[in-house]
Design a protein around this ligand. Structure first.
Ligand code: AMP
Ligand code: GLY
Length: 427
């Protein structure tokens, strides 16, 4: 198959790494310095929907896979399908599952999918007076896309009022904050479940766990994700079945009822509460960095699964898994998630080995040198027969890499190891 991947981060490197094992050529727009080793990078922005469709037609692409949410929400899949191109990703209507939290929350409520109880507002005064009646902590969310930063947990009344004002009146997240969701704060352990959907069936991939806070011990501000591992032992097979029955099946039925033909990834961000699993959010794309931990464990050809979904034929396909664990640690630029330097030279061993893979996220080529170009720079994935070995392999590979200001968390996988009674490996 001739394949085009859209995006240029760690998730897209993991996609390309997997796809290129079976298919040639693989193109990636725009890609990065690591992706360039396995795919032909194309200088096109993911926002350039027309340009990408033209490219796909000219290059006779058989399958396009979209990494980030923004082009999906903007309707890239509708445009490709209109032009007769096969694309793995939901159309704009379906991508509202991520792009419009008020839509997702109402759908969950109407279909009886467990989620935090909530109210939706487009009027600031009404939202502010409702907020005063709510018990603390309370979660305030911009309904639109806010690059993963739009959910804010507030513990004090003053802070809650300030956050609401910033979102609704001062447009902290731009038009994404015109509508807000105000919801109850849930407690428990989080887990991510990625499902592949062909409109009628969903194939759940291995459960994983992200680490959103910046620092060890889950301290510091939230980030795009500082590491992930799979499978997450907190999701037992009973719990996975329960999530399939209480979340994915009613979701799919609800989408069908609304004439939404969903062909792409449905990512469920779950909170495992004392009352069972609750949905925190849906995403319409693969998780980042979860994908860098999940895909190395997939036995089969991802393109066949994605192609089957795009054509409504997932029933013929199943995902098979290596009985191992994978753990990805993110190396970030000093200052991230705030301001950071770019163009810093990366040195050391970026080749990985049999038990480790170095996925590039924010990197680019400058002459012959690989330099940083983002906050999250690399995702180093270790693979082992158990989670402890996977962690050891990831941190050993990380120790062979250097760049000025580089930092990473030292406790990726801690919850999983504790649950399994295994000792963590620390440098
Ligand atoms: P979201 O963008 O909706 O996934 O939220 C980002 C993060 O905020 C989640 O991964 C959780 O850590 C946290 N979060 C969101 N909603 C809630 C909630 N209702 N209760 C507790 N934490 C939440
Ligand atoms: N890792 C969280 C996300 O991809 O949204």
């Amino acid at each position: 198959m001739r394949i085009l991947v859209i995006g240029g981060g760690g998730r897209e490197h993991a996609l390309v790494w997997k796809l290129a094992q079976y298919h040639k050529p693989v193109f990636c727009a725009p890609g990065n310095a690591g992706i360039a080793k396995q795919a032909e990078c194309v200088e096109k922005s993911p926002a350039d929907i027309r340009g990408l469709a033209d490219f796909a037609r000219q290059k006779r692409i058989d399958l396009t896979i979209v990494g980030p949410e923004a082009p999906l929400v903007a309707g890239i899949a509708d445009e490709f399908r209109k032009q007769g191109l096969v694309i793995f990703g939901p159309g704009a209507q379906a991508a509202r599952l991520e792009g419009d939290k008020s839509f997702a929350k109402r759908l969950m409520q109407e279909e009886g999918i467990p989620t935090a109880s909530f109210e939706i507002f487009d009027d600031y005064e009404k939202a502010a007076s409702h907020l005063r009646t709510r018990k603390l902590p309370v979660v305030i969310k911009a309904s639109g896309l806010a690059a993963g930063k739009g959910a804010i947990i507030t513990k004090e009344r003053d802070e809650a009022e300030r956050v609401l004002r910033e979102i609704m009146k001062e447009a902290r997240f731009g038009p994404a904050g015109r509508v807000v969701v105000i919801e109850d704060f849930l407690t428990g352990e989080e887990a991510s479940i990625i499902g592949l959907c062909d409109g009628e069936h969903i194939e759940m991939l291995l459960p994983s766990q992200d680490h959103k806070p910046l620092l060890d011990g889950d301290k510091g501000p939230n980030t795009g994700g500082m590491g992930a591992y799979a499978p997450a032992p907190v999701i037992t097979s009973d719990l996975a079945h329960q999530i399939e029955k209480t979340v994915f099946q009613p979701l799919l039925a609800g989408l069908q009822k609304r004439n939404i033909d969903y062909r792409g990834v449905i990512y469920a961000g779950m909170m495992l509460t004392g009352d069972g699993p609750y949905v925190l959010e849906f995403n319409c794309r693969f998780g980042d960095p979860e994908t860098q931990a999940v895909l190395p464990l997939l036995k089969n050809d991802l393109a066949m699964l994605a192609f089957a979904c795009a054509n409504g034929k997932l029933v013929d396909q199943h995902a098979d898994w290596f009985r191992q664990s994978a753990l990805c640690v993110i190396a970030a630029s000093g200052g991230y998630p705030g301001a950071y330097k770019k163009g810093v030279v990366i040195s050391g061993d970026l080749a990985g080995d049999d038990d480790s893979i170095v996925f590039h996220a924010g990197t680019r080529l400058e002459g012959k040198q690989i330099v940083t170009s983002g906050g999250r720079v690399l995702g180093v994935t270790g693979i082992g027969n158990d989670l402890q070995m996977a962690q050891e392999k990831a941190y050993q590979a990380m120790a062979r890499i250097r760049f000025e200001g580089m930092f990473f968390r030292h406790d990726i996988g801690r919850r999983g190891l504790e649950r399994l009674g295994l000792k963590p490996f620390f440098l």
